[in-house]
Design a protein around this ligand. Sequence first.
Ligand SMILES: *Cc1c(COP(=O)(O)O)cnc(C)c1O
Length: 254
Amino acid sequence: MKRRLADNLKRIRRRIDETCERVDRDPSSITLVAVTKSVGPDVIRSLMELGVSEFGENRAHELAHRAAMANEWLHRRDRDANRSELPRPKWHMIGHVQRNKVGPLLPWVEMIHSVDSLRLAEEIDAQSARLERVTSIMLEVNAGGEASKTGVAVAATTHLAEQIGTLEHLRLCGLMSMAPLTEDESRIRLTFERVRDLFDEVVNARLCGPSFQDLSLGMSNDFEAGIEFGATYVRIGTALFEGVQQVSPVVRTG
Ligand SMILES: *Cc1c(COP(=O)(O)O)cnc(C)c1O
């Protein structure tokens, strides 16, 4: 299993490198987030052993649970002096966040990619203030039109970015979006282009501070297009776990 993971990882990194070469970008400007929602803890541990340190989950409780588990495993492993130290995992929330889940999520999360309303942003801000921390977030934009139901409408994005920019315990880092699920490459590219244009608009109008510099664009099917349009994060699950035994989908609450 680990061998297969290592091969997949290598292949994805090579594709990232080749795309960067083609569009004249620096591969080190792109963070690969391993989206682990469909695999079990053993696969996560193997990824950590392979040096992967950026993980994505789409449910708050699952993220908290897995992050705690990973830390415990690393802690036990570190007691064995013969083993090389592994990088600390960073956890990315990429799914819709309900306001009542912000509390359990915050202690574990490095970046919330999927903020989609002022009310949610205000809740994260308030809880971050209580924890005396500043939380990094991105705005999820619904740039694919009807096909995707999550995210802020394109027309509302710059105004919301400006409002969120005033919240003291949030660091607004950029925009995230999902392209419609389609084989039609041109629709995918159009979606990413729209997000990139919005990003430029926010930057050029100086609506946000200097931390506004990220684009989270691209999944297994479309990460190359994401990179073309400026992705600094790509979120990859399926392509990473090809041929690796997956846990059967379980019905999870919350
Ligand atoms: C599941 C998921 C991904 C990963 O998708 P794959 O097609 O499996 O690579 C990326 N982003 C979000 C928001 C997801 O929910």
